[in-house]
Design a protein around this ligand. Structure first.
Ligand SMILES: [Zn+2]
Length: 389
């Protein structure tokens, strides 16, 4: 009766009413007679455990492994559906699943990738993925912020009263018999103490955000000089990831595969004239040299592919021409890698002329799609001078 009166007071104050036909009531250790009385008075249904709340099984017992797996399957199905709708994210997902962690037979045992560096921001040479562990701590950092600023919040009042009992939060350590969750929270509070001691957030008027906490917690790396060449809107998305791996020398060329014990054959599958390694495949293989020279003829430019990054950051051309030429070279790295894989699996090498035409057409389409409203006549003339077939 007290509970029903409580609901009615709540309804009066908030205007929210209970829908009795949609409400269940759960009992534990209550005699059958009392149960039927309560059901009659309240008008609620007799609920049975376990049931689902927002798809999550609610049970009085610990979830079984099977129930947990169902939940994981559901989340995965949601991610896959979502990934298919957003191609660029799907690209990332495919990259993480197949490329970095090995989906193809050749790459299965080749994680060759430092997860920490994938989680760096793109400008620092990573993929901009979030490190879930660090992100979780950054979210908990919000509690530290509330405590440090003595925010008038129910949670702050509760932990001050129940756990901290007058001890300053920065001096507080959780007793050994406290709950796992509370220990985790206080552990993160200690990490943030250093940020507040330096008064990073307290002295400035900028409030704490999980993103700023994340940036504070993570290890920072210097910015890479190829960030604009790799990540810009003129590039075809699928080519950017291969180029990123190329810049890290993470493409599994035969020399690396041999070191891992995957192959004993080192011969370049494209030219068959030399052993395949990063330098041969992309810089000195007669096929790559031919592609680069054809491509540069169309673009009216000459530089060595080994100087690409340097050329991009020092070129005196207009921004648009630089990005166009940069995107063509990023795509060329992608295509050399594709041709190499095709040669390896199907013993087929497509003509350099076809590859170069494909690249020029792709980047030209990309350029048209950018729909630049103000285009310099000099740039327009340059674009029109590129011969497309
Ligand atoms: Zn070769």
């Amino acid at each position: 009766m007290w509970m029903l009166r409580g609901f009615s007071t709540f309804s009066g104050a908030s205007g929210l009413t209970l829908n009795k036909s949609k409400s269940d009531i759960f009992f534990n250790g209550v005699p059958a007679g009392t149960i039927s009385n309560i059901l009659q008075v309240s008008g609620f249904h007799h609920g049975v455990l376990p049931f689902k709340y927002f798809g999550v099984p609610i049970s009085s017992k610990k979830l079984t492994k099977l129930e947990g797996m169902k939940l994981i399957d559901k989340i995965l199905a949601r991610i896959r559906g979502w990934g298919a709708r957003h191609l660029s994210y799907s690209g990332r997902l495919v990259l993480v699943q197949n490329y970095l962690w090995g989906g193809d037979a050749d790459y299965k045992r080749a994680p060759n990738v430092n997860w920490v560096s994938c989680c760096l921001p793109k400008e620092e040479g990573g993929l901009g993925l979030k490190d879930a562990k660090v992100w979780n701590r950054a979210l908990i950092g919000k509690y530290a912020w509330w405590l440090a600023t003595k925010k008038d919040h129910l949670w702050v009042r509760w932990v001050s009263h129940v756990y901290m009992k007058g001890i300053e939060w920065s001096d507080y350590t959780a007793p050994s018999d406290s709950s796992w969750t509370w220990k985790k929270i206080t552990h993160t509070l200690q990490a943030f103490k250093h940020a507040y001691v330096g008064n990073k957030w307290l002295d400035s008027d900028i409030p704490y955000t999980p993103q700023s906490g994340y940036d504070w917690l993570r290890t920072k790396h210097p910015k890479v000089n190829w960030r604009f060449l790799c990540w810009n809107s003129m590039n075809v998305p699928k080519t950017m990831f291969i180029f990123w791996a190329f810049m890290h020398r993470r493409l599994l060329t035969k020399d690396i595969m041999a070191r891992m014990g995957f192959t004993a054959d080192l011969t370049c599958d494209i030219c068959a004239n030399s052993n395949e390694d990063h330098a041969h495949l992309f810089y000195s293989c007669s096929y790559s040299v031919r592609c680069c020279s054809l491509l540069q003829q169309h673009l009216h430019i000459t530089f060595s592919i080994t100087d690409l990054v340097h050329w991009y950051s020092t070129s005196m051309l207009t921004g648009l021409q630089r990005r166009f030429i940069g995107a063509c070279h990023v795509a060329m790295i992608y295509w050399i890698w594709m041709v190499r894989n095709e040669a390896r699996v199907h013993s087929y090498v497509r003509r350099p002329e076809d590859v170069v035409n494909q690249i020029l057409n792709d980047i030209h389409t990309r350029f048209l799609r950018l729909n630049l409203s103000v285009l310099h006549t000099k740039d327009l003339a340059w674009i029109n001078s590129i011969h497309l077939t």
